[in-house]
Design a protein around this ligand. Structure first.
Ligand code: ADP
Length: 374
C-alpha cells in the first residue's frame, strides 16, 4: 500500500515538474505495456490484462478523463487485435464486445475518478499559490511599513533627545520656585517629551526585533538588585499605587540589566495603567526549578481568555478595553516577551476579567551560582 502511495506521489511530482502531455504519457505507457506483454507472450502465450489496467489507471491519475478514454480504446485494440490470436485480425468477435464493454466501463470509471482528483488538486494548488502570493505581498507591505517606521523613528529621535536635554537645562538653571506656573508648564512638557521618547524607543525596538538586530548585553547581577533599582526609578512617576514587594533573591543571574529593567517597568506601568481604581500592586520574587520568578499582580480590569492568548503579539491591544481611556500602542508586551525569550526565560499571564491580572516571568539562575550553593 505504501509503495503504491509513493508511486502515485512520484507521479504527481513528475506531472507538476516535467509537465509531459497526458496523451503522450498514455502513449509511452502503452508502448511500455506492449513491450512487457510481448516479452510475457513469448513465455506464457497468455494475455495479462492487468498490465493494461494499470496503464489505464495511471493515465487516469496523470491526465484525467479524456486521455484515460483514449488509453482505454487503444489498450483494448492492442489487447484484442495484437495479442489475442488470430494476430492482426480486424474483425471483432462476440467475446471481443464483452471485453470491450468491460474495458470501456473500467476506463470511464478510472477516467472520472482521475478527472475529479485532478480537478481537486488543481483547485488546491491554485488556492495554495494564491495564499503564497498573498503572504508574499503582505510580507513586502510589512517590510515597507517596518522600514518606514524605523527610518521615521531614527529621524525623530535626534531632535527629541536634544529637546529633552534643553528642558533639563531649563529645569536646572531657571529658578522655578519663583514662577509656579512656568514650573507646571515645564513639568507638562517634560512628561509629554518622555512619552514621545518612550514611544520612539518602542518603535525602534520593534524594528530591531523584526530585523533580528535586538541584541542583549549580559552581565552578572541579582534579581533583587534589579528590582530595587527599578522601584527607585519609578517612585517619582508613581503617584497612584502602593507597590508591595515580597521576596528576595540574591543568586547570580546573567542578564542584560537594562533590558530586564525595561521588562519590569513595562509590567509595573501596565499594572498601574490598567488598575486605575486599585491602590496596591503586589511584586513578588520567588525561586523554582533553578529559575527566579518575578510576578506583578494588579487588581484592575483584567483580561479575558481570548485576549490573553494574543497579548504578546505585535501591536495587540485587547478588544473591549476602553482604548481612549487606556492609551498605548500594543508594543510593550511584544518587546517584553522577546527580551525574556532571548534570556531563555518564560513569560505568562493569569487573569480574571474585572478582578485583575498577574504577569510573571522566569529567568534561569546562572549555573555557577547553583553549583556554589549545592
Ligand atoms: P499597551 O499597553 O501600550 O497597549 P502592551 O503591549 O503593554 O501595550 O499591552 C498590550 C495589551 O494588553 C494592552 O492594550 C491591554 O489591553 C492588555 N494589558 C496589558 N497589561 C494589562 C494589565 N495589567 N491588565 C489588563 N490588560 C492589560
Amino acid at each position: 500500500m505504501n509503495s503504491i502511495n509513493t508511486l502515485l506521489t512520484r507521479l504527481d511530482t513528475f506531472r507538476t515538474r516535467v509537465k509531459i502531455n497526458p496523451y503522450l504519457f498514455a502513449f509511452l505507457l502503452l508502448t511500455i505495456s506492449m513491450l512487457i506483454q510481448s516479452v510475457l507472450n513469448t513465455y506464457t502465450n497468455q494475455i495479462d490484462y492487468s498490465i493494461f489496467v494499470i496503464c489505464i489507471f495511471l493515465t487516469a491519475w496523470y491526465g484525467g478523463f479524456f486521455p484515460c478514454i483514449a488509453a482505454t480504446i487503444v489498450g483494448f485494440l492492442l489487447v484484442d487485435y495484437y495479442f489475442i490470436p488470430p494476430l492482426h485480425s480486424i474483425l471483432p468477435k462476440k467475446a471481443d464486445y464483452v471485453i470491450a464493454i468491460i474495458f470501456l466501463i473500467e476506463g470511464i470509471l478510472f477516467g472520472l475518478m482521475g478527472e475529479a482528483r485532478i480537478k481537486r488538486e488543481t483547485e488546491l494548488n491554485k488556492a495554495y499559490e494564491a495564499e503564497q502570493r498573498a503572504r508574499k505581498d503582505a510580507e513586502a507591505a510589512n517590510r515597507i511599513r517596518d522600514d518606514f517606521i524605523s527610518m521615521a523613528s531614527h529621524e525623530l529621535k535626534t531632535p527629541i533627545t536634544s529637546q529633552k536635554l534643553y528642558l533639563q537645562m531649563v529645569q536646572k538653571n531657571v529658578d522655578l520656585n519663583t514662577n509656579p506656573k512656568l514650573a507646571r508648564y515645564i513639568r507638562l512638557v517634560s512628561t509629554q517629551t518622555d512619552r514621545i521618547v518612550n514611544l520612539i524607543n518602542d518603535l525602534l525596538n520593534v524594528a530591531r526585533i523584526r530585523a533580528g538586530k535586538f541584541v542583549m548585553h549580559y552581565t552578572p547581577t541579582t534579581i533583587s538588585e534589579v528590582v530595587y533599582d527599578v522601584l527607585q526609578e519609578i517612585a517619582p512617576i508613581n503617584t497612584t499605587h502602593n507597590i508591595i514587594l515580597k521576596g528576595h533573591n540574591t543568586k547570580s543571574i546573567e542578564i542584560d540589566k537594562e533590558r530586564i529593567s525595561e521588562v519590569l517597568i513595562n509590567l509595573l506601568s501596565n499594572a498601574m495603567k490598567y488598575s486605575p481604581e486599585a491602590e496596591k500592586i503586589m511584586l513578588t520574587i520567588t525561586e523554582k526549578n533553578k529559575q527566579v520568578i518575578v510576578s506583578v499582580k494588579d487588581y484592575g480590569i483584567g483580561i479575558n481568555k481570548t485576549n490573553q492568548k494574543k497579548l504578546f503579539t505585535r501591536y495587540f491591544r485587547a478588544e473591549g478595553t476602553n482604548e481612549q481611556k487606556y492609551e498605548g500602542f500594543g508594543m510593550g508586551l511584544f518587546i517584553v516577551s522577546e527580551i525574556i525569550r532571548q534570556h531563555k526565560g518564560k513569560i505568562w499571564v493569569k487573569s480574571t476579567e474585572g478582578k485583575g491580572s498577574t504577569f510573571s516571568f522566569s529567568l534561569p539562575i546562572a549555573k555557577k551560582a547553583y553549583q556554589k550553593i549545592s
